[in-house]
Design a binder for this molecule. Sequence first.
Ligand SMILES: [Zn+2]
Length: 156
Amino acid sequence: MVSNLAHDKARAIAEAVPDPELPVLTLGDLGIIRDVAASGTGVEVTITPTYSGCPAMNTMGMDISLALAEAGFGPVRIKTTLSPAWTTDWISAEGRAKLQAFGIAPPGPRGNDAPVACPLCGSTNTGEISHFGSTACKALWRCLACREPFDHFKCH
Ligand SMILES: [Zn+2]
């Protein structure tokens, strides 16, 4: 019989794993961890990929397995579920604040063409320089007010 405590601990460990592409965010911040079930025979973690074919997904699964194994959980099974599909709306408020503090403009609500605000000065007088930034999930933008370039998290 596994206590609820084990579930909570396993979940906390899985959610604290940093995102391989954006280490400023945890997988919990991203909202990709759907379910963590600890039982006498191990732990099963269900995750939803941030977008199909994301090369970081295998890394995420391995990082979760390693973190849980180090805490004495195991064996660990990673299950992926594609439905409902992950959207940037699943990023927690804390995750958005971390992105902003890191100089990355967080994604706006889906289906909303709200202007992208500069994470440095807050101006919405901004423009996209390149649709593909340092990773596939980010676009490179520039602020026309303070003239600083910044990343915009665009995947959804
Ligand atoms: Zn600015």
